[in-house]
Design a protein around this ligand. Structure first.
Ligand code: KIV
Length: 303
């Protein structure tokens, strides 16, 4: 069984130029499959709002949503390092509230770290969380919680001034003790420069090839009913949306035409034991089956 990564091993991976793979997950099956596939880090992103809860932005996602989904992910991926997003307005609203919200994500959700959007402006919150023993991942560039402030989902850091600010933000987060930074929708040259300028791993999304790792959204790479799979920076690895849709449509047809259930899916009167129902063949189940087969109603034996 693989050992869960630590923030120290991730920094070592950066030093050794060993790329870090990160994928979002939001529930037990997605986390289980991601872990079985060998993902390094799972992010319970607030993209949950877009791809699971059906909102237009991440802004409506609550701390309760994140805690609930993180708990399911933690059950599904017990050997994988889990980072969970602090949702909109659950940090930067006073030190005590920030600490309490992060504590919920760790204690109730079972995450190993939290992620916050922002740079120098939230560095003091990051430092306080780190001081309290909570590993923090930063997130700069396109920060979806500020979409209205940014005026839409646009590539960041194209102007010199913006680029300088992003570099300063990355350094401020490193100085505050963040163990890693997500860099979203930033030009490749700037992302490469930022990655080379700090000692903590930079995980890119839409930030090109020069980052220390990559993160993408589960539903995007699998075309799992995601409205975003056609984004330029997303690569499709499977089209499970079509597979699921086709499978469900076959099921509907089978039910309508009465092709399902068949005899093989039906229980006969003698098959009432738990073993028979769930396919078990243990002795107790067999004994129960024998006993049940002797049951009769009004003298007629049921078999
Ligand atoms: O919420 C999220 O999934 C994220 C990633 C896109 C980095 O923040």
């Amino acid at each position: 069984m693989r050992k869960r990564l630590t923030i120290t091993s991730m920094k070592k991976m950066k030093k050794e130029r060993n790329a870090i793979s990160v994928l979002t997950a939001y529930d037990y099956p997605s986390a289980k499959l991601a872990e079985e596939a060998g993902i390094d880090v799972i992010l319970v992103g607030d993209s949950l709002g877009n791809v699971v809860l059906g909102y237009d932005t991440t802004i409506p996602v609550t701390i309760d949503d994140i805690v609930y989904h993180t708990r399911a992910v933690a059950r599904g991926a017990q050997q994988t390092f889990i980072v969970a997003d602090m949702p909109f307005m659950t940090y930067g609203i006073g030190r005590e509230s920030t600490l309490r919200n992060a504590a919920r994500i760790m204690q109730e959700g079972g995450a190993q770290a939290v992620k916050l959007e922002g740079g120098a402006d939230i560095a003091s919150d990051v430092a306080a969380l780190v001081k309290a023993g909570i590993p923090v991942m930063g997130h700069i560039g396109l920060t979806p919680q500020s979409v209205h402030q940014l005026g839409g989902y646009k590539v960041q850091g194209k102007l010199d001034q913006e680029a300088e600010k992003l570099l300063e933000d990355a350094k401020a987060l490193e100085d505050a003790g963040a163990f890693s930074i997500v860099l979203e929708l930033v030009t490749e040259p700037l992302a490469t420069l930022i990655s080379q300028s700090i000692s903590i791993p930079v995980i890119g999304i839409g930030a090109g090839r020069g980052c220390d790792g990559q993160v993408l959204v589960y539903h995007d790479i699998l075309q799992y009913a995601s409205p975003y799979f056609e984004k330029k920076f997303v690569k499709t690895y499977a089209d499970i949306g079509s597979t699921i849709r086709n499978a469900i449509s076959s099921y509907v047809e089978d039910v309508k035409s009465r092709a399902f259930p068949e005899e093989a899916h039906s229980f006969q009167a003698s098959q009432t034991s738990v073993g028979a129902i769930y396919g078990g063949s243990d002795k107790a189940a067999e004994d129960k089956r024998q006993q049940d087969s002797k049951v009769s109603v009004k003298g007629v034996k049921l078999t």
